[in-house]
Design a protein around this ligand. Structure first.
Ligand SMILES: Nc1ncnc2c1ncn2[C@@H]1O[C@H](COP(=O)(O)OP(=O)(O)O)[C@@H](O)[C@H]1O
Ligand SMILES: [Mg+2]
Length: 270
């Protein structure tokens, strides 16, 4: 695939000098990258290296200590933060790592939530959209089920239907296939790829499943806990073949000893 230099208008996410921490604990330091329209960027790295923290900073849930995030050109970290965040929330969907669905609401009501919160659509139209979204994830017959009545994979798909409720331009997913069996995980990857290709949705997907990374990534960003930032950027096949960095090689060539050494030096710092 040829490198294409994106037009400014095609930059969907721009992080500049992003520094994020919790109190004294610095997690990400001076992180800069961009995500272009139509890409699926996967974010990988050992447990605790700051993947979820990065995602939360990108969607404005955590305010960075320094640096900025622009979503579709709007600075969600600057003075206009509140207004920019409001506008952004209409254009993004998020699948969080934990507790994706409200257990006290049916699957259909979970998917209806963002539509009720962010639009003035009449209930009959919301019901139509919910039906359509559930059909997109193959859960047409489960609209009135409660989350606890579904399998893990079905719950993830329901949460994806909810993340897609507002027809987002950008979809953020935090470890969508964690805890799923390989077949179910592969089905989820297929769904993401299909939406990316058919609907042009830009995606940022956190995952450490090598199979997923190879299946869906336009580009990968690899984070490292000790480095407190990005240690590699590229297509998965390039990183696997060409990277000289032992941490990158360890990950892509499944050398757990090397990888564990990297992870434990990272957590020893935290
Ligand atoms: N709410 C929080 N308060 C304090 N520390 C946190 C919080 N969330 C995450 N951390 C710490 O920040 C680091 C990065 O966490 P996280 O972004 O969740 O990592 P990952 O998603 O890569 O596993 C870890 O050391 C974690 O313990
Ligand atoms: Mg995480």
């Amino acid at each position: 695939m040829d490198e294409v230099i994106p037009r400014a208008a095609d930059v969907m996410i721009q992080a500049d000098g992003l520094t994020v921490g919790y109190g004294e604990h610095l997690v990400l330091k001076d992180v800069t990258f961009s995500v272009h329209r139509g890409e699926i960027v996967t974010v990988l790295g050992g447990s605790g290296c700051g993947k979820s923290t990065l995602l939360k900073a990108l969607i404005g849930l955590i305010r960075p200590l320094a640096g900025s995030v622009r979503i579709r050109g709007a600075n969600i970290t600057g003075a206009e933060r509140t207004e920019a965040l409001e506008r952004m929330r209409r254009h993004i969907g998020v699948l969080f790592q934990y507790g994706a669905l409200l257990g006290s609401l049916s699957i259909a009501d979970n998917v209806a939530m963002p539509l009720e919160e962010f639009t003035d659509l009449p209930p009959s139209l919301i019901a139509d959209i919910v039906r359509f979204k559930l059909e997109m994830v193959g859960l047409t017959d489960y609209a009135h089920f409660m989350p606890a009545e579904l399998s893990g994979g079905m719950r993830k798909r329901a949460a994806l239907a909810r993340a897609m409720a507002l027809d987002p331009e950008i979809l953020f997913c935090d470890e969508p296939s964690a805890g799923l069996d390989p077949i179910t995980a592969a089905e989820l990857d297929e769904l993401l790829l299909e939406w990316n290709r058919a609907l042009g949705i830009t995606m940022v997907v956190i995952t450490h499943e090598l199979a997923s990374i190879e299946a869906i990534s336009t580009r990968c960003l690899m984070l490292d806990g000790s480095a407190k930032g990005i240690i590699a950027v590229g297509r998965p096949d390039e990183l696997k073949k060409d990277s000289a960095d032992p941490r990158v090689r360890a990950f892509f060539h499944r050398q757990p000893r090397l990888l564990r050494a990297g992870v434990s030096s990272a957590s020893a710092e935290g």
